[in-house]
Design a protein around this ligand. Structure first.
Ligand code: TYM
Length: 339
């Protein structure tokens, strides 16, 4: 069982990224190892170039994200951690996969619609092709499982279609590319903005007061949670009519690693939403404090971070290279493969 996931180096990582994705990465490295396989994680700098960005800042954000992932518990002895732009196989495979990607499917991607609406200067062709690069990321490693939050469901479905179409068109009865499956957590797959609980927590589309960053000071975390928008009434239960309370219950359950029903039961005696917010703040601070401390230790040593990424890229290329060679061979691209 091989695991692959990617994370953008843009902006500051928030509680949604942490609960929905980063924690699954950390759990995945052991699961993959126990199954005799690998977990592979990439900081996707090439994806970050599809919207307007600053080149010097991109490099900084890659190192921030590397330090954050290590601080959260990724261990380069247990997994492969690398920067996407260090492995040229991703871009080559993207082009090759374009031949089996339907233009109409790309047009239907929610994230393309959302992100293209928010671009003021240029809607780049890269933004349109973004999901093909994401498919190449996963398919290059023949990964079985892709841990992601709910917002990536459609992208994973597309990469499944691309792999199936590729095998049908070029495989000659063989499964050249593995068809991956998403792994979306049951609780915490869609953490909502604390101020606008009908919108997902997000660095680009959310509100600053409604977004808890992994590196926020404990005081800031407590303040944001104490001001979280709740709903009318006093009952602490999950329901569609109570998106704010439901979100807080989910955050508390995920932070403590328990079922939401257990939180509802415990909170039945609470005096009101104030108690719930205080409990969530305590749990989130407790979960993030060790990560913040480790991050502070690691972020300063940029040479060490670059070393981790370079070693990861080398191992990544050993896997991605042969996949791309197989893809070229069956597509009839380049010189005939050596016999
Ligand atoms: P990115 O960097 O936006 O987000 C990283 C991960 O965080 C999850 N996430 C959330 N989970 C719960 N609640 C939220 N509010 C929330 N917001 C974000 C995302 O689902 C994601 O898992 N396109 C991807 C990066 C990517 C990738 C890949 C992922 C590139 N190649 C290959 C998987 C496989 C992205 O922009 O994630």
């Amino acid at each position: 069982m091989r695991i692959f996931s990617g994370i953008q180096p843009t902006g500051r990582k928030h509680l949604g990224n942490y609960i929905g994705a980063i924690r699954q990465y950390v759990a995945g490295q052991r699961r993959a190892q126990e199954a005799g396989d690998l977990a592979i994680y990439s900081i996707v700098d090439l994806h970050a170039t599809t919207v307007s960005y600053d080149p010097a800042e991109l490099r900084e954000r890659c190192l921030d994200t590397t330090a954050l992932l290590l601080a959260a518990g990724l261990d380069p002895e247990l997994c492969i951690l690398f920067r996407q732009g260090d492995v040229p196989e991703h871009t080559e495979l993207t082009w090759l996969l374009c031949s089996v990607t339907a233009h109409g499917d790309l047009n239907r991607m929610h994230q393309f619609k959302e992100k293209s609406d928010s671009q003021r200067e240029l809607v780049s062709a890269g933004l349109f092709l973004y999901p093909v690069l994401q498919a190449a990321d996963v398919l290059a490693y023949r990964a079985d499982e892709v841990p992601v939050g709910e917002d990536q469901r459609q992208h994973v479905e597309l990469m499944r279609d691309i792999a199936e179409r590729f095998n049908a068109r070029f495989g000659d009865g063989q499964q050249i590319l593995t068809v991956p499956a998403h792994r979306i957590p049951e609780v915490g797959a869609r953490i909502m903005d604390l101020q606008h609980p009908e919108r997902k927590m997000s660095t680009t589309g959310g509100s600053d007061e409604g977004t808890v960053y992994v590196l926020d000071e404990p005081e800031a975390i407590r303040k944001k949670l104490s001001r979280a928008v709740t709903d009318s009434g006093t009952e602490i239960v999950r329901s569609l009519e109570k998106p704010g309370v439901t979100n807080l219950i989910d955050i508390l359950a995920a932070s403590r690693d328990v079922e939401p029903a257990q939180v509802e039961e415990e909170m039945a005696q609470a005096r009101g939403y104030g108690d719930l917010k205080a409990a969530v703040a305590d749990a989130v601070v407790e979960m993030l404090e060790p990560v913040q401390a480790r991050y502070a230790e690691l972020r300063g040593d940029e040479a060490a971070l670059e070393d981790v990424l370079a070693a990861g890229a080398e191992r990544a290329r050993e896997i991605a290279g042969p996949t791309v060679a197989d893809v070229r061979a069956v597509m009839g691209v380049g010189p005939p493969p050596a016999r």
